[in-house]
Design a protein around this ligand. Structure first.
Ligand SMILES: [Zn+2]
Length: 119
């Protein structure tokens, strides 16, 4: 593994939340709630508009598991889990849905690379 991958807050099991972690979680919950309100209040898309959006946004490139790095992360809720991000990224995403308690979003407060996926 190259040293281009960052770590923060290790060992994960002993990490203690900081004031910045609480602030990041509050901001993420506020922005997520706003987006949900906007999406929920939008009229449904017609089939024609949905088709145009698919043409504009797609197609997404096909990727293989070997394109991803596995990360061990500690979430704001305190649970530790594995997430995957593209090998080109030096750190994992900023938040995830907790597979254990369901908190969504739960910001990633500590992380360490755990190696690339095998084919
Ligand atoms: Zn959790």
């Amino acid at each position: 593994m190259t040293n281009k991958y960052e770590s923060h807050g290790t060992p994960l099991a002993e990490y203690r939340l900081t004031r910045d972690d609480h602030r990041r979680q509050e901001e993420k919950e506020r922005s997520t709630a706003y987006v949900r309100r906007v999406v929920d209040s939008a009229p449904p898309l017609s089939a024609e508009v949905a088709s145009k959006l698919r043409d504009l946004l797609g197609p997404f490139p096909r990727r293989s598991p070997s394109d991803y790095m596995r990360w061990r992360v500690r979430l704001y809720c305190g649970h530790i889990q594995e997430v995957a991000c593209l090998l080109s990224e030096p750190r994992p995403a900023s938040e995830a849905r907790c597979k254990e308690c369901g908190k969504n979003p739960s910001v990633i407060v500590a992380f360490e690379p755990d190696g690339p996926f095998e084919e």
